[in-house]
Design a protein around this ligand. Structure first.
Ligand code: SAM
Length: 205
């Protein structure tokens, strides 16, 4: 881990790195300031294969913040691999092409740090977005959901995410939860791994 601390975001990135390959299509469902978008871009951008990062945020200002941040951190070629949309993540199927299923759909729920704390992910659209994510993620792919529980409504949102995770059929999905037992309000990481189809099981982790 980069900081030497086991932080939920770094744990999430480490899991993503074990699944995402160069050339993949991935979706950042909550761009915010672009930190996760950058991490995902570095995972998919290759010299010989071009990946694609779709980034969504309900706030135009977050999309602008992500775009400015990426321009300081990547070259023009990598920048071309990122497509940003100021829309609700429940609409992700409108932008991700059907012939290009996602290896990773990542959610970092809550509000934008340093931004308007009243613009926040809410259970209704989060649930719709999880349903959409489950339809666009490829076999062997991952839905990663980081849920903050320290603010009002955070635990309700966790409850919706956990219900969704628990409802996924066990023949196709592995649902897991990581929480810090000695930090009760630390963010909770929910990982939903879509199993490889049986013909590919030899390579499944
Ligand atoms: N991943 C970000 C980063 O690395 O900086 C942080 C994301 S921040 C915790 C949560 C973001 O979700 C906010 O920017 C907020 O605007 C966005 N958001 C809230 N509701 C949304 C929705 N329905 N669809 C998409 N984004 C939403």
């Amino acid at each position: 881990f980069v900081t030497g601390k086991l932080k939920a975001t770094e744990l999430a990135h480490a899991v993503w790195r074990s699944i995402v390959q160069k050339g993949d299509t991935v979706v950042d469902a909550t761009c915010g300031n672009g930190n996760d978008t950058l991490a995902m871009l570095k995972m998919v951008a290759g010299e010989r294969v071009q990946g694609c990062v779709y980034g969504l945020d309900i706030q135009e200002s977050a999309i602008e913040s992500t775009s400015s941040f990426l321009k300081t951190a990547v070259d023009g070629h990598e920048m071309e691999l990122v497509k940003l949309f100021p829309i609700c993540h429940s609409r992700m199927e409108e932008i991700v092409p059907k012939n290009s299923p996602a290896r990773l759909v990542a959610f970092n729920l809550g509000y934008l740090p340093g931004g308007d704390k009243t613009i926040i992910t809410v259970p209704t659209t989060t649930e719709l977005a999880l349903q959409a994510a489950s339809r666009i993620v490829c076999s062997g792919g991952l839905i990663s959901v980081l849920v903050y529980i320290g603010h009002p409504g955070g635990r309700d949102e966790l409850s919706v995410v956990e219900s969704f995770a628990s409802s996924l059929p066990i023949d196709t999905w592995v649902s897991s939860k990581f929480e810090m037992l000695n930090r009760p309000i630390a963010p909770v990481l929910i990982l939903l791994h879509k199993k490889l189809s049986s013909s590919c099981e030899a390579t499944q982790f």
